[in-house]
Design a protein around this ligand. Structure first.
Ligand code: AMP
Length: 355
């Protein structure tokens, strides 16, 4: 067990790291972070921030030496530089390796008999033409690595679109567009002893590839698929001997849950758990990696709504506090660039229960 008072290292400097550190501080831990970003948002809540490149082996070693356990908040941390700290890492970097590659994660889940969208590996225009012919359109060409929030994606509405496309330089995957009734995620926490707990699955809405909102309770179009999706998520976590919070995103379709992608970390669609669940995803991640007992994951309000605050919406977000059921989280980002996640708010719908 990593006892309170010990130091937790966090790889990455974004809002997920900030909220992980806040949960860790509450439990009496100290956090230090490692990030190449100058405008990180972990400085307010971490004892120290190593602002160094991922491939700076000396800085990595100095950072690791100060940590009793190390985790990540950023899914694209390069795996090679963190190999020397594997013994202190939780989850194990094999989870990063799998989740960083859209093709590898689909194959991984398919081996466990999960369903993924029809897909093909694409390196050349000829591969793409073949994939479009086999899978059909509409579809989406995605880079295998480094894509997030809809970045590194090119929708193709017809085979004609292939001609006009300037091929990305990186290896890609072409996916058939899935017709879904709704989107949802399964978020679980797995302890060092293999115990698994799930949060309720929210119904997630995306725009331009980015999460806009998560709402609970989810409609029947989602809940009827949750048991099957949980089974796939649990098998994934067990197969990776995973420790911490793991997220799998699914499309709810008439054929059952279709796996989209996994995130080996706390997830935006789980931000509602801070106020809406007995124990948040952030606290349970810290409990899991430190070997503490896991907290209860039940939803504690009859209705929970999480909305992301993006770009300039952050300037007026405080006005939403006139509704006393709203909790506001702003991440302390200096520049409200368009499309940048600046914060989120969670509304607990106690009044709906009274009505
Ligand atoms: P991703 O970055 O792969 O999670 O994609 C972001 C969002 O784009 C998803 O949450 C969906 O709303 C949409 N999307 C991605 N891939 C597909 C697909 N194969 N079929 C339908 N919608 C998709």
């Amino acid at each position: 067990m990593i006892v309170p008072g010990s130091t937790i290292g966090i790889l990455g400097g974004g809002q997920l790291g900030r909220m992980l550190a806040m949960a860790a501080i509450q439990l009496g831990y100290r956090c230090i972070a490692y990030t190449p970003e100058k405008d990180h948002v972990v400085g307010d809540v971490c004892h120290d921030v190593f602002q160094n490149k991922w491939d700076d082996a000396a800085a990595m070693a100095a950072f690791a030496q100060k940590c009793d356990v190390i985790t990540w908040e950023f899914e694209n941390v390069p795996v090679e530089p963190i190999q020397p700290m594997t013994e202190r890492l939780a989850p194990h970097p094999r989870a990063l390796e799998t989740a960083q590659d859209r093709l590898a994660e689909k194959r991984f889940v398919e081996q466990l008999r999960g369903r993924a969208a029809p897909h093909a590996s694409v390196e050349t225009r000829a591969d793409l033409e073949e994939a479009v012919e086999r899978i059909g359109t509409p579809g989406i060409l995605k880079t295998r690595r480094d894509g997030y929030d809809g970045k590194g994606q090119w929708p193709l509405d017809s085979a004609h679109d292939v001609e006009g496309l300037s091929m990305p330089a990186a290896p890609c995957v072409y996916e058939g567009k899935v017709e879904f009734d709704a989107e949802f995620s399964v978020i679980l926490v797995r302890g060092r002893d293999g115990e698994v707990r799930f949060w309720d699955s929210s119904c997630n809405t995306h725009e331009d590839g980015m999460l806009v909102s998560s709402v609970l309770p989810a409609p029947a179009s989602v809940t009827r698929h949750v048991a099957e999706a949980r089974e796939i998520a649990k098998q994934t976590a067990d197969a990776l001997n995973y420790v911490g919070v793991l997220t799998l995103e699914f499309f709810a379709t008439r054929q059952g849950p279709v796996f989209n992608e996994m995130a080996p970390r706390v997830h935006n669609s789980g931000h509602w758990t801070i106020e809406g669940a007995a124990t948040s995803q952030f606290e349970n991640h810290i409990r899991a990696i430190c070997g503490l007992p896991l907290g209860d994951t039940r939803t504690i309000a009859p209705r929970v709504e999480m909305e992301n605050i993006v770009g300039k919406q952050s300037y007026t977000a405080h006005e939403r506090l006139s509704d006393g059921l709203v909790h506001l989280h702003l991440y302390g980002k200096a520049r409200a660039r368009e499309g940048r996640k600046m914060g989120h708010l969670t509304r607990l719908g106690w009044d709906e229960a009274q009505a």
